[in-house]
Design a protein around this ligand. Structure first.
Ligand SMILES: [Zn+2]
Length: 101
């Protein structure tokens, strides 16, 4: 299985200035900010539709969404098995988002 989401690739993509796709203003950062909200079920139905459209037109965002989704499933699984304090979860989240190196 290829390592699709090496930390370097993510860092590069986050520090990017990506071109718009033929006039469509797609903002990877803004879309990513919605990933967590979407996964937490905090987007309205309309917002979710827009968000999914954005994902579908950007393979990078889609990849990132899959990563977050897998990560969340992993965390949920962990939380079910053991009691993981929310502090630990926050720390892991911070690590994932802190991909500057
Ligand atoms: Zn994107």
């Amino acid at each position: 299985m290829p390592n699709k989401w090496g930390i370097r690739k993510i860092a590069e993509a986050i520090g990017f200035s990506k071109k718009d796709h033929s006039g469509h203003k797609h903002d990877c950062k803004a879309t990513l900010e919605r990933v967590m909200l979407a996964l937490d079920g905090e987007l309205s139905e309309t917002e979710e539709k827009v968000f999914l459209d954005e994902l579908n037109c950007c393979s990078w965002c889609l990849d990132k969404f899959e990563i977050e989704k897998s990560f969340k499933e992993y965390l949920c699984d962990k939380v079910k098995r053991h009691t993981v304090s929310s502090l630990v979860v926050d720390q892991i989240r911070a690590k994932i988002h802190n991909v500057q190196e």
